[in-house]
Design a protein. Structure first.
Length: 179
């Protein structure tokens, strides 16, 4: 793994962060099935292997990053050799005692090198300093790499929101207590 420095994002970082390729490649998606019967609704998610890898667009408008970057409680960036390679945005003003990581983006060249794990751990530390006891990770149901990262780090599926993103994609939420 390259030597990674993590720091708070600066306004001057935004243009470089927006230039990242925010899409990801996925061989799997989580498909939602809803069954309705009188007096109950049952929702199931199944991991489906796709016939071939697909490119999945980022669920948020990247151009909005410069307009909304300071509307979150925090934003961290990762640097390798003083070059921006990743960022995470989080908020702890939505649910009491809970930090909510809304965005995690790694530049394609630096994916699968442990940088996402370091950023999630840095966000957990940020959350603990701010007296949060729980953390949520938010991601699209089409973002298999993020889902697997959440599971690897001990996060449990804890909910979803249908048609949550601009393109009407499903948001999945994974949570855990942090110490």
């Amino acid at each position: 793994m390259p030597e990674v420095q993590i720091r708070t994002a600066l306004a001057t970082d935004l243009n470089a962060l927006m230039a990242f390729d925010h899409s990801n490649q996925s061989d799997y998606v989580w498909q939602m099935d809803i069954q309705r019967e009188e007096g109950q609704v049952e929702t199931k998610f199944r991991e489906i292997r796709l016939p071939r890898a697909v490119t999945v667009a980022y669920p948020r408008s990247v151009s909005m990053l410069s307009e909304t970057w300071n509307r979150r409680s925090g934003m961290l960036v990762a640097l390798v050799h003083d070059q921006l390679v990743a960022y995470a945005r989080m908020n702890d003003a939505i649910v009491q005692n809970t930090a909510w990581m809304t965005d995690l983006v790694i530049s394609p060249r630096y994916r699968r090198q442990g940088i996402a794990t370091l950023l999630v751990q840095a966000v957990q530390n940020w959350a603990l300093v701010r007296k949060n006891r729980r953390m949520l990770l938010e991601m699209s149901s089409k973002n298999s790499p993020a889902i697997r990262l959440a599971q690897k780090l001990g996060y449990e599926f804890c909910g979803y929101n249908d048609a949550y993103y601009e393109l009407q994609d499903i948001a999945l939420f994974f949570g855990r207590l942090i110490k």
